[in-house]
Design a protein around this ligand. Structure first.
Ligand code: HEC
Length: 132
């Protein structure tokens, strides 16, 4: 009796863990792959890496935060993070824009969102006051 109860609980727990891992995988890309793309000058057929202007993602802490509705780079203002990424790819990296639904884009977004999380932990108070 008891053992079967424990087994049932263990099964329930593992189903829960597996499904949450799947959910995480489905919503986004791979942070590490995004980071690799970010640091490689040839990622998008371009000549400079994202990190040459945003070393270690510096300055992009705000870009990945939830609740953002506008992103800015020297070329203009954009309504989605994907678009802002693509503009930096074409205007700054001199590369080719990528499909917003591609795995590469998901990986890039995942990496940039991960920067926001790091930033929240580091400086929660300053966040609100920072502007462009
Ligand atoms: C030539 C330099 C340069 C390169 C290369 C570059 N960027 Fe940018 N990017 C900027 C500048 C300048 C801004 C304006 C905002 C700022 O000051 O950070 C910006 C803004 C952004 C923003 C919007 C930030 C916000 O909070 O609104 C994102 C996202 C971004 N870049 C992603 C990337 C990605 C991804 C790459 C690589 C594909 C890249 N950038 C390559 C110069 C560059």
């Amino acid at each position: 009796m008891k053992i079967s109860k424990i087994l049932a609980l263990a099964m329930l727990a593992s189903v829960f863990i597996v499904s949450s891992v799947f959910a995480a995988g489905m919503t986004g890309g791979d942070v590490e792959k995004g980071k690799a793309l970010f640091n490689d000058p040839k990622s998008f057929g371009g000549t400079v890496s994202c990190s040459s202007c945003h070393p270690d993602g510096k300055g992009l802490g705000k870009a990945g935060m939830k609740g953002r509705t506008e992103w800015k780079n020297p070329a203009g203002t954009y309504k989605s993070l994907e678009e802002a990424i693509n503009v930096c790819i074409t205007a700054a990296n001199k590369g080719k824009a990528i499909d917003v639904k591609s795995q590469e884009m998901k990986d890039m977004v995942a990496y940039i969102r991960s920067l926001a999380m790091e930033m929240k932990h580091e400086m929660p108070m300053k966040e609100k006051k920072m502007g462009y």
